[in-house]
Design a protein around this ligand. Structure first.
Ligand SMILES: Nc1ncnc2c1ncn2[C@@H]1O[C@H](COP(=O)(O)OP(=O)(O)OP(=O)(O)O)[C@@H](O)[C@H]1O
Length: 278
């Protein structure tokens, strides 16, 4: 059996007395240590899938099994990193990671071991120099790094990333993607990452799971990214496999699942004014 198994998941929300089918028959099996990117048009239900795996939402039918146990509620074995860093603003960088480490390892590791682990986790994302700073005193990219350190420090079975780099500028984003690849190579985490960025999906993942448009979205195509690691973004620009994967995802999104946004009606042009001679 797969390490993470999302099985027959349907999700319906009730809004204004009406039932809206969001997900229908989501089936996904993820091996231990695999990096999965989840991609699809806005509103198709990617976050809903992630929240179900996190245990934050209960599916209408179907379920999730992680390492042989059914997911019924949120737990430290599934750490989530959101797009908008969710650090506690009144705690320092160090304390933001410490609070998670204390929660998970209070009974199994000594105070000194926990302290070393907090420091190690922050060093891993190159934040060891800013331990005493508050979130308001660091950049968006640094906050995201601390969020990733906090999630990794919990040693989760699955790391759930909901557009973790979505709010960052292109350079910071590339830098953090490289860091995540380096950490992944070291720790072999099992990762489920939502992204809107096709290049990010191909660069980082082992498989790309593409979702159809809602309502009642499901998995439309799964693409294996057969690129050796470590991966180098510059070398990959001319790589045939990389470009093939990129093309497959783009064609899924913009040909097979083309999403036509309703155009807003334009206001009628104002009638031309008669010019009157002065
Ligand atoms: N708690 C809720 N109650 C009612 N409807 C919801 C709820 N959560 C999500 N939805 C609806 O479910 C659909 C899927 O939302 P979801 O956030 O999962 O999509 P998404 O693919 O992650 O979108 P985006 O890429 O824009 O973040 C949307 O139509 C959304 O309005």
């Amino acid at each position: 059996m797969a390490y993470l198994h999302v099985s027959g998941v349907d999700m319906r929300f009730t809004r204004d007395g009406q039932t809206h089918p969001v997900l229908a028959g989501i089936d996904l099996q993820v091996e231990r240590g695999e990096f999965i990117a989840l991609i699809g048009h806005s509103g198709c239900g990617k976050s809903t899938v992630l929240n179900i795996v996190a245990g934050l939402l209960q599916p209408s039918s179907g379920g999730v099994i992680l390492d042989g146990r059914e997911v019924a509620a949120p737990g430290p074995d599934r750490a989530v990193v959101f797009q908008n860093h969710s650090l506690l603003p009144w705690l320092t960088v160090y304390q933001n990671v410490e609070i998670a480490v204390d929660k998970v390892f209070r009974d199994t590791r000594s105070k000194a071991e926990r302290r070393d682990w907090v420091l190690h986790s922050l060093e891993m994302v190159n934040m060891g120099h800013a331990l005493q700073r508050l979130p308001s005193e660091i950049s968006g990219g640094m906050k995201q790094r601390v969020g990733i350190a906090r999630a990794l420090a919990m040693e989760p079975k699955v790391l759930l990333l909901d557009e973790p780099f979505g709010a960052l500028d292109a350079l910071t984003r590339a830098h953090l993607q490289d860091e995540v690849m380096r950490i992944q190579a070291e720790l072999h985490n099992t990762v489920l990452m939502i992204t809107h960025d096709v290049d990010e999906a191909v660069l980082l993942s082992d498989r790309i799971v593409m979702m159809t448009n809602g309502p009642a979205a499901t998995i439309g195509q799964v693409l294996a990214v057969d690129l050796p690691r470590p991966r180098d973004r510059i070398a990959l620009a001319d790589d045939a496999t990389y470009n093939h994967c990129r093309h497959e995802v783009l064609s899924f999104l913009y040909e097979k699942q083309r999403k036509v946004e309703p155009l807003r009606a334009r206001p009628a042009p104002a009638p031309a004014r008669q010019k009157t001679a002065a």
